[in-house]
Write a protein that binds this ligand. Sequence first.
Ligand SMILES: Nc1ncnc2c1ncn2[C@@H]1O[C@H](COP(=O)(O)OP(=O)(O)OP(=O)(O)O)[C@@H](O)[C@H]1O
Ligand SMILES: [Mg+2]
Length: 286
Amino acid sequence: MAEQKVYSVEEVSRYVPKLFGIPTGVEGLDNLFYKVEYVDGKPVKKPLGGYPYLAVLNITGVADTGKSLMAEQFAVRQAGDGYPTIFVTVETPKEFVVQGLLQRATAMGLDLEKVKKNLFVIDAASDHRMREEVDYLLDTLAYGIREYGVKSVVIDSVTGLFEAKEVLARSIVRKVYNFLKKWRQTALLVSQKRSASEEMSAEAAGGYGVAHIVDGTIVLYKKLIMTKYDVSTFNMPIGSVIRLLRIDGCRMAGHDSSTHVMEITEEGLVRIGPTLEEWISGRGRQ
Ligand SMILES: Nc1ncnc2c1ncn2[C@@H]1O[C@H](COP(=O)(O)OP(=O)(O)OP(=O)(O)O)[C@@H](O)[C@H]1O
Ligand SMILES: [Mg+2]
């Protein structure tokens, strides 16, 4: 028996974190998360202004849907606001990731000196052991968090941590999740979907149950306009691409549950637009 493992809600309620938003760095996304406050006994929806504080969120989608851009935008925005942030790159060697991060920061008009000072990179892409041994990666991350007072972590991608051992996917993601919770980080985990089936869902092949472990999932999707039906439905020219985003679920805060049209600007920034319904009906277009 371990009687000290039974907690009273009265005691735990003293440690419940405050619910507020951490800016996402993505135009149009901050206010899709909200909380409900009671004014004169009536529920009122209040935008959070970002990802819920201390949430560990999963961004998923097939290749080239904008996952890395969103993850980078969050990291540079946090660093630019003065909050030490670690970007764990599992796919791309650090020089190339930093190139992308600085491009994003420039396009967002952030203070580059501040971004450089507050942003740290762990290069698991160039370190075989770090990709293969999650404990080694987490020890390194713990050092970085302690040493630099880090508040936010991005991992692009967790899929790269279980590439040749997909049966272990859940236990690896669970370890990473528990670690980030223990170290009180607001975090984004990128995960790749390999299958195009059920593209707008968080699951499908490539999801490996990640969505069940984390606090919430954002699904990205792109669709090529290829048929007359698409042309008339989406009112877009044949051969063009429509990009979509949906918050699939979030345990930590209320969220908009509709599918939104998103764009990737010429400068390489993800921007969230109107709902798909508004877009199709023409209301969402300028
Ligand atoms: N600097 C840029 N300027 C314009 N478009 C860009 C820029 N960078 C990326 N893009 C566009 O954004 C798309 C999405 O890029 P991103 O790297 O975020 O995809 P991803 O979802 O991370 O894909 P993967 O699973 O392959 O890592 C790219 O395919 C490209 O079309
Ligand atoms: Mg990527």
